[in-house]
Design a protein around this ligand. Structure first.
Ligand SMILES: [Zn+2]
Length: 265
C-alpha cells in the first residue's frame, strides 16, 4: 500500500528533458491494464500520453490509474486490471466513472456496480443516454456514500469549480473509497495550483491564454486549472487524503507522470 503520508517524495528538483528521453527510450514491462508483456516505447506525444501498451494501447496515464486502483483495492494481489475485474475484490465494488470512452469503460462494461456518467448539454441530470447517466460533478444526484471508487481521467482540470467537485466526490465516496484520477502535471510540481480561467456570473473569464483539450465528445474543452502540490490541501479540506501514484520504476527515472489517489478514510 502506498505511504499516504509522503506525497511525491521523490519528485526531482530539476525538470527532465522529456522530449529527449522520449526519443531515446523504451522499456520492457507488463501492462497494468491488460497484463500484456512487451516493449513500451516513448513517442513524441509527451510521457503521460506515451508509452502505449503494445497490446491494449493504454497510455502511461491510464496505466498509472490502473496501478493506483490495484494498489488500493487489489491490495497488491493483482498485477493487472483485466484480471482484477473478474474477482470479488472488484466485482463487489460500486464504481462511478465520469467518461464515455477509454480503457476503463471497455473493461468495466457489464460490471454489476459500474455507473458511467457524462455532462451532456441536452440530457437532464440523473437521466441517461445510451446507458450513460448525465451528471454535473459539481452537484451530483447520487446519494451520500454511494461509491467505493470514482474514476476520472483528465477531467478535473476542466471543471470550473474544482472545490465543489472535490466536495461532491468526498460526499458520494464510501468510507474507505477512493477517487483515482489523472490530470496533467508538470514536474517539478508547482507549489500552488493556478486558475487559468474562472466563471463569473456564468461567463468565462480568462486569466491566462486559453488552453483547450479534446473532450469525450471531440469538442474543445477549456482547461480551468493547472494543478500544483496544494491539491493535497484541497482534498484535505474535504476529508480526503490525496497522494501521487507512480507505478513505473523505469519510467519514473526517465519522465515524470503520476496518477492521484484521493482516499476517504
Ligand atoms: Zn495493455
Amino acid at each position: 500500500m502506498n505511504d499516504l503520508t509522503a506525497p511525491v517524495a521523490d519528485d526531482p528538483a530539476e525538470p527532465v528533458d522529456e522530449a529527449a528521453a522520449l526519443r531515446l527510450r523504451a522499456y520492457a514491462g507488463q501492462c497494468e491494464m491488460c497484463g500484456a508483456k512487451g516493449e513500451f516505447v516513448g513517442t513524441s506525444l509527451g510521457a503521460r500520453e506515451s508509452f502505449p501498451c503494445p497490446t491494449c494501447r493504454a497510455t502511461l496515464r491510464y496505466r498509472e490509474q490502473a496501478g493506483a486502483i490495484l494498489t488500493w483495492f487489489g491490495r497488491g494481489r493483482f498485477s493487472f486490471f483485466t484480471r482484477f475485474v473478474r474477482f470479488p475484490e472488484c466485482q463487489n465494488l460500486t464504481i462511478l466513472e465520469a467518461a464515455i470512452r477509454g480503457p476503463f469503460t471497455r473493461y468495466l462494461k457489464g460490471h454489476p456496480g459500474y455507473v458511467q456518467s457524462y455532462l451532456f448539454d441536452d440530457v437532464a441530470a440523473g437521466d441517461s443516454r445510451d446507458g450513460v447517466v448525465c451528471q454535473n460533478l459539481e452537484a451530483m444526484t447520487f446519494a451520500d456514500a454511494s461509491f467505493d471508487l470514482v474514476i476520472t481521467s483528465d477531467v478535473m482540470e476542466h471543471v470550473a469549480d474544482v472545490e465543489a467537485v472535490v466536495a461532491e466526490v468526498a460526499r458520494v465516496l464510501k468510507p474507505g473509497g477512493a477517487h483515482v484520477f489523472s490530470i496533467p502535471l508538470t514536474f517539478p510540481l508547482r507549489e500552488h495550483s493556478q486558475a487559468r480561467a474562472r466563471l463569473v456570473a456564468g461567463e468565462i473569464e480568462h486569466l491566462m491564454e486559453p488552453r483547450y483539450h479534446r473532450s469525450g465528445t471531440d469538442t474543445p474543452s477549456l482547461v480551468f486549472t493547472d494543478f500544483g502540490r496544494d491539491l493535497v490541501d484541497l482534498h484535505a479540506r474535504h476529508g480526503l487524503r490525496a497522494t501521487f501514484h507512480r507505478s513505473h520504476p523505469f519510467v519514473k527515472r526517465l519522465v515524470h507522470s503520476a496518477a492521484v489517489i484521493a482516499v476517504r478514510p
